[in-house]
Design a protein around this ligand. Sequence first.
Ligand SMILES: Nc1ncnc2c1ncn2[C@@H]1O[C@H](COP(=O)(O)OP(=O)(O)OP(=O)(O)O)[C@@H](O)[C@H]1O
Length: 600
Amino acid sequence: MSRYPSLWWEVLRLSWRTAPGLTAGAYAAVAVSVGAVAAVGLSLRATVDATAQGAAGAALLGAAGVAGAYALTLVLQDLTTELVGTVSDRTGRMAVHPRVHRDINAVQGLEHLERGDFLDRVSLVRRSTGSIARSGWNAVLAVASVLKLLVTVVLLGGVDPVLLVLIPLAAAPVWCDHRGQLLVQRAEVEGAEAHRVQQHLFDTLVGAAGGKEVRVAGAAERLLGIQARAWREAERVRFRARAFAALWTLAGWTVFVAGFTGGIALVVRLAAGGTGGVGDLVLTVMLAVSLRQTMQGTVATAAEATGMRRVIEPYLWLRDLVRAERERGAADEPPPEALSRGIALAGVSFTYPGTGRRALDDVSVLLPAGSVVAVVGEYGSGKTTLVKLLLSFYEPDSGCVLLDGRDLGRVRTAGWRARTSAVFQDFGRFHTVFRETVGIGDLPRMGDGEALREAVRAADAEALAERLPEGWETQLGRELGGTELSEGQWQRTALARASMRGDPLLFVLDEPTASLDAPSEEAIFRRYMERARAHAAVTGAVTVIVSHRFSTVAGADLVLVMDRGRIVESGTHGELLALDGRYSELYGMQARAYAPEPGG
Ligand SMILES: Nc1ncnc2c1ncn2[C@@H]1O[C@H](COP(=O)(O)OP(=O)(O)OP(=O)(O)O)[C@@H](O)[C@H]1O
């Protein structure tokens, strides 16, 4: 709970920075509304007493005071709601939202993006940045409510101290409401996964990629059915929690109303017995009504604050995780300038979170400096996982990756990444202008025309750039009103992007040509082999090529054959053929599959 005040303080500072005028207005409205409560009560008593004493002028002045102060409370109520709502919304969108995104991207690895519990919380927090910003304002409103209560207590105690018993009784609805909101909060977390499932199915159904297959397969009805079930489940959990919360609220208010009725009866008896003046009686009735209103406001604020915990808790959890990840990745050694021995894996094992099976199982191998290493193997054998560990996306569960004998875990991740280049089979499609979609592969050289041309040449994408309607300045992506590219063309942009860095120590090509035709693939591989040799001569760079096609990897210096997370064979193409093992068998199968038909 102690983390809450620091969060409130933080969002209030953000409010001030984002909208200083509105923030100052909201503070002023809250402050004046506290004073207005006392002003209404006191001027009412003065009016009644002046009337009883026949002082017409004073009574009139008092009445004007009552009217003015009361009007002020009404106006301020709406004004405060409006101002606080606007400030919170603006702060949420303009300050908290970008901060959440920055936090998510500050984590260098990928592991968190594959964790269900992380994604659940991220989706909840992203939708609720306004509530996070409002939590600070809620604290301000709660303080104002307490001050109003204090004013009421002082005035009530002045009439008869027995009336102070109304105060603890009025706390009952707050406590009961809190209990109910805890139930709602738990239900939200419980139902988050079902929500994510239905959102994913919705995206699949309406997305162009998944939508095509769904239509061909005629699976829309079935997926809609699954989506509806996921939705129903989430709503069932939520509804039940809300129903119980409503019962708690009802119980709390019943206690308060009973106490309130008793209090009023007591004051009426005192007045009938002649103990109090007429002004006191009126003041008491007015204060009782005001107490109820203030309490109601307090309950609403408290209920909202408790409700906000369902967002605040995941947000704080997220920030703790980001902080822990940052500390874990706080290695500060720079990467080597060049490699002389190479990159080694020493007894590396890795299991994806939430899975019971090792994706890499005790892998030890040296990728010699300056070499081109091909990684082959069947689907799911661990090839991509291996390169992801080389790129520091994950940390090994055991063993380590060594750069010239130095543990990669001690090297600053951002520094290492700056010396790597990679293109993945699930490459990114950046919907920006062509020049940028290539240039972001090496931000410092984004404006370097020669580097851009060289990268585009390496990816054999010159013809693509020429054919675009506005050449290098063409906006890509249909969603943004730009030119849509074919799968192979997008893949070429990814290849060009990965070719931007001039001095990588590690260059990863993970199935980089899966969407290209055979001649293009052949040409690109030849070019990247040359490029690998050029990098190798300067920095001792290691190039790792992951491929299913054996013909493309025959020119590699070292071929690693993977099977179920292990390297089962390694050597040159010739050595592996001579070994007559797994590689030779797979190579033979592919060669036969692509061999021309006899007589064809
Ligand atoms: N993000 C992930 N979360 C959980 N398990 C994963 C994840 N990525 C891969 N795996 C599992 O790890 C194993 C190795 O996967 P990996 O992607 O490394 O194989 P691969 O050899 O590259 O396959 P492919 O040739 O199909 O790309 C597989 O069993 C796969 O199911």
